[in-house]
Design a protein around this ligand. Structure first.
Ligand code: NIG
Ligand code: ZN
Length: 412
């Protein structure tokens, strides 16, 4: 099946396959073709160019994109999309004055979600998560990472990861999974965190690896959750099974987790709302991608990741949603891109790079996603008629998406 999109006002992010990420000043540049065409052949991008050089092509369908912008789908490299129920009550509790940490300390938060998930069947969990996946694809997400971490028992962690794998298969969308057993210390291990870390390393991890359920290993490295030492132990254990780390770190406190993540060659370090100079220094010269989650800052009213400072230090930056029931009940990457511009002072070019090519890097999908490149996945957003791509963050409350192709399939 060949689909030709013609008269595209702006075709964004057309790059050679050698570009796997952009950093520092490079992030200011968003390559684009004016008055362009692109040819999709089943699941891949076959070719693209400008209208004056459009060759004679035999195609099944031609779509006129006059006035519209085309760009690669969003690469959301950090989500907790598989969860049971919601935490609407905690939202109201926070409005009335409780903090996120106070709610967690009294048995709410992650433990609240774990309680719900443990008693939810795999089928019901799949149905709930599938709805969310359909919604985010319609909002332009074409590749997504999904974490476990609301199971906190071997059985429930496996259940979550099986659901995530099934979503990738059934929807033919790129899904990367991360094993986040170290998301919170379960009640039963309240006075025996070491015992829980041991369970993660000696029981959960081997079983998850034997079922090939995880692509990465994750830890919530934070006061009251898992220490730098725990993080080192769990990431080192993961390495023995060829699982690279992607960690939650510096959300509320800077406790040295970023340097440890870099030392352990983590693919990404995520959150970074509280960042010190030594953390930036630790990231320099590494292959670890810093990932900001501005919707989480918005929803919890916590500081925004200093993305401007990260980019100005010559580093790359990726943007993701953190879609989860507690700190970010939203998987809208358009909002993330707009909020990165409005609150973190990224330019539209930097934000779109961070949400596409760098997002793909942050989940190991550089070869197939994140740019308009021949041979990459036919995963595209076609906007409605807009004056230019700057409208994507500028008109932050509007639905500007006309069509979405994910791996060649129309999802909107
Ligand atoms: N910070 C840790 N984990 C999630 C939130 C978990 C929750 O509140 O359910 C996050 O990335 O924000
Ligand atoms: Zn998260």
């Amino acid at each position: 099946m060949k689909t030709l999109l013609t008269n595209i006002s702006q075709l964004l992010q057309a790059r050679e396959p050698s570009v796997t990420l952009v950093k520092g000043k490079e992030m200011e540049t968003l390559p684009l073709l004016n008055n362009a065409w692109i040819l999709l052949n089943d699941t891949v991008i076959e070719d693209y160019g400008t209208m004056e050089n459009l060759p004679q092509l035999e195609v099944n369908e031609t779509i006129d994109c006059t006035g519209k912008t085309v760009l690669p789908t969003w690469c959301d490299s950090h989500t907790h999309l598989v969860y049971a129920g919601n935490r609407e009550q905690e939202f109201v509790d926070r409005i009335k004055g409780k903090t996120y940490q106070e709610i967690a300390a009294s048995g709410g938060g992650i433990l609240n979600s774990a309680k719900k998930l443990q008693i939810t069947s795999e089928d019901s969990l799949y149905i709930q998560a599938a709805k969310r996946l359909e919604e985010v694809m319609q909002m332009g997400t074409g590749a997504i990472e999904i974490k476990s971490g609301y199971g906190l028992t071997t059985e429930a962690e496996i259940k979550m990861l099986r659901v995530a794998r099934k979503l990738g298969k059934e929807y033919d969308v790129a899904v990367k999974t991360s094993f986040l057993g170290a998301h919170a210390v379960p009640q039963e291990f309240k006075n025996n965190k070491e015992g829980y870390v041991e369970l993660i390393c000696t029981e959960m991890l081997p079983k998850i690896v034997s079922e090939k359920l995880a692509d990465y290993i994750d830890v919530f490295c934070e006061d009251g959750y898992f220490s730098v030492e725990d993080t080192r132990k769990i990431l080192s254990e993961g390495k023995k099974y060829n699982l690279q780390g992607k960690i939650h770190v510096n959300q509320f406190n800077a406790i040295g987790g970023i340097a440890e993540g870099v030392k352990q060659e983590a693919l990404s370090v995520d959150h970074l709302e509280v960042l010190q100079n030594k953390d930036i220094e630790a990231l320099k010269g590494s292959n670890t991608m810093p990932v900001a989650l501005p919707s989480c800052s918005y929803f919890l009213s916590i500081p925004y990741t200093p993305g401007r400072q990260i980019i100005d230090a010559g580093l790359p930056l990726a943007l993701a949603t953190d879609y989860n029931p507690g700190s970010t009940p939203s998987g809208n990457m358009n909002f993330v891109v707009a909020t990165a511009c409005i609150k973190m002072k990224l330019t539209p070019e930097e934000a779109i790079n961070a949400a596409t090519i760098n997002g793909a890097y942050a989940m190991g999908l550089s070869e197939t996603h994140g740019s308009i490149t021949k041979g990459k996945s036919a995963s595209l957003i076609v906007t409605k008629e807009i004056p230019s791509y700057g409208f994507i963050p500028y008109a932050f409350g509007s639905d500007l998406i006309d069509m979405v192709f994910v791996n060649g399939k129309r999802r909107k």
